[in-house]
Ligand binder design. Structure first.
Ligand code: DAH
Length: 351
């Protein structure tokens, strides 16, 4: 009888050991310990034994039962861990994999460059400021050191609105983002680090001019800032934007009424295999205007020019996008041609 029980224990333990599923292990448990189970049947035979044998065999049966229960529990735990591991393996998601999003929509290159520039400038602690598309002569010209008699006003090919003039002069579509400089100065106390990105309008239309285009404007007002900081900053921003570490920036003397001195910033490039390569060679490409804020501009912004200096730049977004992504004709940007968007647009996942 005792050897029978040992044999039974051995075969049960082996069966449990080899079991791989929770469902199967339940069946095994019933087959051993259930109402008609193998061990339960052995217990039933106890009543036919002598008292002496009952004690010995009974104790053995209890021992076998305890062994089986322990083995069942440990095997269940093993199976559960294994099932969990398999589930994790099956559901594993590698978040470092490149995303592939099938979408019928495209991100416009302007939106893409907007996001890139905003991210770069935010990295220096610049704050985004906004201004309206419909401006007045006051903000578009007067506070930028261009009083009504100033010849530069006529160079802006301005769209004037057919609306009554008020204390701020005629209404117009802003010709540049520089009006936001004054708005930001009036709103914030120096030191100031602001930028804006937005639409500007000029009456002009050919392969390199559209009546509406976008600019990014940046202004720093602080003590001890000047041309040197401006040149470093523009260089650093453009290096990040074009992702070219050894990009060179050159300043060419220029004129803007609102900056003194003023410069056009150029970056170096060469043509390699018919493609523009930035940061190599000694060809130069104009990228935008910049300078040290004219004292009148600071004064109109409520800032004392004897205590503070300003440095500023304005760059064309379409120009930046065209250069970085090789987009040839400016007019395509605004023609809503699906084929153009398919060629030059970006997947939403790339934003
Ligand atoms: N507003 C100028 C334009 O549209 C660009 C510009 C030049 C902006 C010099 C600036 C600056 O902030 O300092 O032509």
């Amino acid at each position: 009888m005792l050897t029978d029980l040992d044999k039974l224990l051995g075969s049960c333990l082996l069966e449990i050991e080899q079991c791989k599923s929770l469902k199967k292990i339940e069946e095994i448990r019933t087959a051993i310990l259930g109402r008609n189970g193998k061990l339960t049947e052995k217990m039933r035979t106890l009543k036919n034994l002598s008292d002496e044998d009952k004690r010995v065999v009974g104790a053995k049966i209890n021992e076998v039962k305890a062994n089986i229960i322990e083995k069942l529990n440990s095997q269940i735990a093993k199976i559960e861990i294994k099932e969990l591991e398999e589930k994790i393996k099956e559901e594993f998601l590698d978040i470092t994999m490149p995303v592939s999003v099938k979408s019928s929509g495209f991100i416009h290159p302007i939106t893409k460059v907007f996001a890139e520039i905003a991210s770069i400038l935010s990295g220096y602690g610049f704050k985004f400021e906004d201004g309206p598309d419909i401006e007045s002569e006051h903000f578009n010209f007067d506070v930028l050191n261009m009083p009504s008699h100033h010849p530069a006003r006529t160079m802006h090919d301005t769209f004037y609105l057919n609306a009554p003039a008020d204390d701020y002069g005629c209404k117009l579509l802003r010709t540049h983002t520089s009006p936001v400089e004054n708005r930001a100065m009036l709103k914030n106390k120096p030191p100031l680090r602001i930028f804006t990105i937005g639409r500007v309008f000029r009456s002009d239309y050919d392969a390199t001019h559209t009546p509406m285009f976008n600019q990014v404007e940046m202004l720093v007002v602080d003590k001890d800032v000047g041309f040197a900081q401006l040149k470093w900053l523009i260089g650093d921003i453009l290096k990040k934007f074009f992702e070219v570490e050894n990009l060179k920036v050159r300043f060419r003397p220029s004129f803007f009424p609102f900056t003194e001195p003023s410069a056009e910033a150029d970056i170096n490039y060469s043509i390699i295999n018919g493609k523009m390569k930035f940061g190599v060679g000694d060809k130069w490409l104009e990228i935008g205007g910049c300078g040290v804020s004219h004292p009148n501009v600071l004064k109109d912004g409520g800032i004392d020019p004897n205590k503070y200096q300003g440095i500023a730049f304005g760059l064309g977004i379409e120009r930046l996008a065209s250069l970085k992504y090789g987009i040839p004709d400016l007019r395509g940007y605004f023609e809503s041609d699906e084929r153009w968007r398919e060629t030059f647009g970006f997947s939403p996942a790339e934003l």
